[in-house]
Unconditional design. Structure first.
Length: 662
């Protein structure tokens, strides 16, 4: 096994669920978890059928699972509607006038939508979609800030069976264009602008650029958010608020088959362009429903705050669909955690009495750095449960989160999952599973996770290996949109019939999972996935660049930082100006989140005889280590020396952390 998937961390601290928490939780003990887990693995059909009965169906399923590896169909023959499960079902009882969404804008506006009000807005907007000839199965791009309108647009698509693809507001025009082309979307929903650290991000402007060369998009619906001046293209662009004048609030949910596509979400992979991860209706809903119920143990009186942007899968599953499917109150915040000051999160928790906070390690590390005084100014006693997601959380950050934010009284659930998995797969259950700082602990119900070596054999305790999932689960991705072969190859071919996560992990003697991070060419920067090859192709698209290799190096704040090694075309001389130009270039092609933290020019890149770039060497150079190990396959030995010299003269680096899109 490669060195880099071994983990040497030994963490001895164990935190048992308090008696108080355990008493009230749905799953009250380790024994109860184990019993249910055993059943979920031995008789998944029975287990999931029981859970699925808590949802609203138009027609019951005939078969729980149809598995022809690697293609799964769950709840075959069933029909349901996701927006009905998130809205209509709550209107019949006391939740009707309960807050569904509590929203705060970055400049400070506050809005609350009850279930009744949200239902009405979703129905009206669904009618706007219908009025604009958007039909069941059509793809709709959503490029909106984290506002109630994002949730309304998503739910309205689901209501009529249209397939949404949310694009994170930090992505550039080129990224939008690629996603339109791949999905064949005919409509796009956006806003004039959004707020980020006090400035306005020109969303509509980016959309205009994306559409300029002609695309499949025929309709653009624009929500007025920031009031910035924008261009409205006659015959293509419509104002959200004007369209509402023409519709009423009656819109019956369209029953769709269990396997009807719900959304496509693009994410970085190890090769080429981002892949469109396709999720379908019933299985996805069941996954987020069951995890929100058991992992967050959510209650009617809770105020649940997941700080993710709706543009990421965490925003889909735990800002919008999970909490709403349980009739909970979800808090949405539009902006940055340090605007206007680094205590914005703590202020929000105090103001609204948030009870459950779900955020990312990169944010937690930033808070640690900003200092405890920002926290101490606020009363956080309403919190009862804390969650972490997006990257491995280092034990010290975990301890700080537990003590300083949770006052030592809140369980911390470190939840491991992916865009592909749809919902949380490895996680503590807060009333049942003792936690160890830095470990995502044990698999969720129905999840058959294992750590294996290169030959697919399960490894022993504390041995590093590849994390795989051996059985299908309801909220798994169904395919890569438009590319079944890539889906098979990427996820199911290395170990036939088993799902390859791309993460490295080990299990300790108690069977606890310790996730080490990606072992493929995917970086995890501030909790966001970036493909090295995506950044490389953006760089190579610059007229002066001959070749580029992008690697990650460990970074205290962001988890990983992006380092680009670039060779220039013949007559071009390296310069600081050119470095800046390359950074802008990557921003334009992908988005500011993909900007390398460091660009290093090299005369040539180290390669094997077969022409493969030796990334291991580059990684070692990037992290400032001296190069060790076997170098005999290097084509040009002088290359290494030159790269190391360059390291000395690489000058000042931009060290600013970007918390975009948390
Ligand atoms: C990483 C985000 C360690 C992992 C939900 C995974 C984690 C990738 C954790 C997916 C965690 C996510 N501990 N690593 N609790 N959660 N990851 O698709 O490398 O944006 O493969 O989904 O994030 O990122 P994605």
């Amino acid at each position: 096994m490669e060195k880099n998937i071994e983990s040497h961390l030994i963490e001895k601290r164990v935190f048992r669920p308090s008696r108080e928490f355990g008493k009230n939780a749905r799953i009250k003990s380790l024994a109860q978890y184990r019993k249910m887990y055993r059943e979920s693995i031995r008789s998944p059909d029975r287990f999931w059928a029981r859970e699925a009965k808590e949802l609203i169906w138009h027609r019951s399923w005939k078969k729980v699972l149809d598995w022809k590896a690697p293609f799964a169909k769950w709840f075959v023959g069933g029909q349901l509607n996701l927006s009905e499960n998130c809205l209509d079902r709550h209107l019949a009882g006391p939740r009707r006038n309960k807050a569904a969404i509590i929203w705060e804008g970055e400049p400070g506006e506050k809005r609350t939508l009850t279930y009744q009000q949200l239902h009405r807005e979703v129905c009206r907007f669904a009618n706007v979609l219908k009025r604009n000839k958007i039909r069941k199965g059509d793809r709709v791009i959503i490029y909106l800030p984290t506002t109630p309108e994002a949730a309304i647009a998503m739910l309205a698509c689901a209501r009529i069976g249209a397939v949404h693809s949310v694009v994170f507001g930090g992505f550039s025009a080129d990224s939008i264009r690629d996603r339109i082309a791949d999905s064949g979307a005919t409509a796009l929903i956006t806003a004039d602008g959004s707020y980020r650290r006090g400035t306005i991000v020109p969303l509509k402007n980016n959309v205009d650029h994306a559409l300029s060369g002609g695309t499949s998009v025929e309709r653009v619906i624009v929500f007025r958010r920031a009031g910035n001046e924008i261009h409205m293209e006659e015959g293509r662009d419509l104002w959200w608020h004007r369209e509402l004048q023409y519709v009423d609030a009656n819109c019956e949910p369209v029953p769709v088959d269990s396997e009807h596509p719900l959304f496509i979400l693009y994410t970085s992979g190890s090769t080429g362009k981002p892949k469109g991860i396709l999720h379908t209706t019933a299985g996805y809903l069941l996954g987020i429903y069951a995890t929100t119920k058991y992992v967050f143990d959510i209650r009617d009186e809770d105020l649940f705050w997941c700080t993710a942007d709706v543009g990421w899968v965490t925003g889909h599953s735990y800002v919008v669909y999970g909490p709403l499917s349980l009739g909970a109150t979800t808090l949405m915040y539009e902006g940055a955690p340090n605007w206007p000051e680094p205590d914005r999160f703590w202020r929000i928790i105090e103001d609204y009495r948030v009870t459950i906070l779900y955020t990312a390690p990169t944010a937690i590390r930033a808070f640690v750095r900003w200092g405890d005084n920002w926290v101490k100014k606020h009363d956080l006693s309403s919190l009862r449960l804390l969650g972490s997601v997006g990257e491995p959380i280092n034990p010290e950050a975990w301890m700080w989160y537990h003590k300083t934010i949770g006052g030592g009284r809140c369980p911390v659930v470190d939840t491991w999952w992916q865009t592909e998995t749809g919902s949380i797969l490895i996680t503590p259950l807060p009333g049942a599973i003792p936690t160890k700082p830095g470990s995502a602990t044990l698999p969720f119900f129905g999840v058959d996770a294992a750590v294996v070596d290169e030959s697919g054999e399960e490894v022993g305790a504390n041995v590093g290996g590849k994390l795989i999932i051996r059985k299908p689960w309801p909220s798994m991705l169904r395919t890569i949109y438009g590319d079944r072969e890539r889906y098979r190859k990427q996820y199911w071919s290395e170990f036939k019939g088993r799902y390859l996560t791309g993460d490295g992990a080990r299990r300790d003697a108690d069977g606890y999972f310790w996730i080490v991070g990606r072992i493929d060419d995917v970086l995890n920067v501030a909790g966001h996935r970036l493909g090295t090859s995506e950044i490389e192709s953006a760089l190579v698209a610059h007229a002066h660049v001959a070749e580029a290799a992008v690697v990650g190096r460990p970074d205290e704040m962001k988890g990983q930082a992006v380092v680009a090694f670039v060779t220039l075309k013949g007559s071009v001389a390296p310069s600081t100006g050119l470095k800046a130009e390359l950074l802008d270039h990557v921003s334009e092609h992908i988005g500011a989140i993909a900007k390398p933290d460091e660009v290093r020019f090299a005369e040539a890149l180290p390669k094997t005889r077969s022409g493969k770039i030796m990334r291991r060497l580059l990684k070692e150079i990037a992290s400032g280590k001296t190069v060790t190990g076997d170098t005999t396959t290097l084509e040009d030995f002088s290359v290494l020396a030159k790269l190391s010299e360059e390291e000395v003269s690489s000058g000042t680096r931009e060290r600013k952390i970007s918390l975009s899109g948390l």
